[in-house]
Ligand binder design. Structure first.
Ligand code: 3PG
Length: 306
């Protein structure tokens, strides 16, 4: 019997798990559930006899992959697959997929929600500012970037975007001004919302050179990955620009220094929660389940990333 492991430190919402189990049971597959595990070794042991693995931000290391004797497919229920060792998977002929777009609205809503929270001084009752009329630079115009643009327009923000991989027309069809370079985006926009993936090229790429171009009352919003921000340069920005604020879905490694010195100028979620909605979990979970069945039964590799 084909066996699937759902291995998630941060579990999918119960409704999502229920629906995934139903899809697999209809296909005649067996499902094992490993949630909220404490040690990486638990994941390593649990994959031993599975044919397919579904994860979220869980670390699918070489050790996990090499210990999974029957593994044929890994689906990351979500967008970013920087947590999966693609090289190790490819070397073992294991297909890796993500579920693009399935949790994008949830991430976009959080980005705007956090902007409102900080613009309103953490809801402390003092006079804050509004998002209306402010320029928003969307750094990468993939699924999340598109949703951010749509919601931001509802707030009356003026959206710009830079994405070297997307045709300018596609960006401008969404009513967003497409710019030619990162430098243009950062120079023009008071708010910057990051939607780039974390890879060898982008890690630490959001540096002082870029950030220092931002106009007065600059706010950097990061619902992408903490690794894309150059943290020494982030601290330099905080020190040099008393108008600079940073919002991040998950605290940076240098959080304690920021928390100690720069009250009121940051907000960090305690746990990565951009995709933490029932809707996003259901969308991503169902997509992951269907993608596994479609691959194992029909060889469909539509969402393959390796
Ligand atoms: C993603 O890449 O899809 C998001 O960062 C969500 O990650 P999560 O599934 O760990 O919440």
């Amino acid at each position: 019997m084909t066996k699937v492991l759902i291995g998630t430190v941060k579990p999918f919402a119960p409704k999502a798990v229920e629906q995934m189990k139903e899809i697999f049971s209809n296909a005649g597959y067996e499902v094992a559930l490993l949630e909220k595990y404490q040690e990486q070794s638990e994941l390593v042991n649990a994959v031993k006899d599975v044919d397919a693995l579904i994860v979220r931000s869980d670390k699918v290391t070489r050790e996990v992959i090499e210990n999974a004797d029957n593994l044929k497919i890994i689906v990351r229920g979500g967008a970013g697959y920087d947590n999966v060792d693609l090289e190790a998977a490819t070397a073992k002929d294991v297909v890796v997929m993500n579920t693009p777009g399935q949790n994008s609205n949830a991430v976009a809503e959080l980005a705007l929600g956090m902007m409102v929270y900080l613009a309103r001084n953490e809801f402390n009752g003092t006079a804050g500012t509004e998002l209306k009329g402010k320029k928003l630079g969307i750094h990468a115009f993939g699924n999340v970037g598109k949703y951010v643009a749509r919601i931001a327009k509802g707030f009356g923000m003026i959206p710009y975007a830079f994405d070297p991989f997307i045709a300018k027309d596609e960006i401008e069809n969404e009513g967003v001004k497409a710019l030619d370079s990162q430098d243009d985006l950062y120079s023009k926009c008071q708010y910057i919302s990051l939607h780039i993936p974390a890879n060898e090229k982008t890690k630490k790429s959001i540096n002082y050179e870029l950030l220092s171009k931002m106009p007065e009352k600059a706010v950097l919003v990061n619902t992408a990955r903490k690794e894309v921000v150059h943290e020494d340069d982030l601290l330099k920005m905080f020190a040099q620009r008393s108008d600079f604020k940073y919002i991040s879905d998950i605290a940076p490694d240098c959080a304690s220094e920021i928390e100690e010195k720069y009250a009121g100028r940051f907000f960090f979620t305690p746990k990565k929660m951009g995709a933490q909605t029932a809707e996003a979990n259901i969308n991503a979970g169902i997509a992951a389940a269907n993608q596994i069945i479609n691959y194992l039964e029909k060889g469909d590799t539509q969402f393959k990333v390796n």
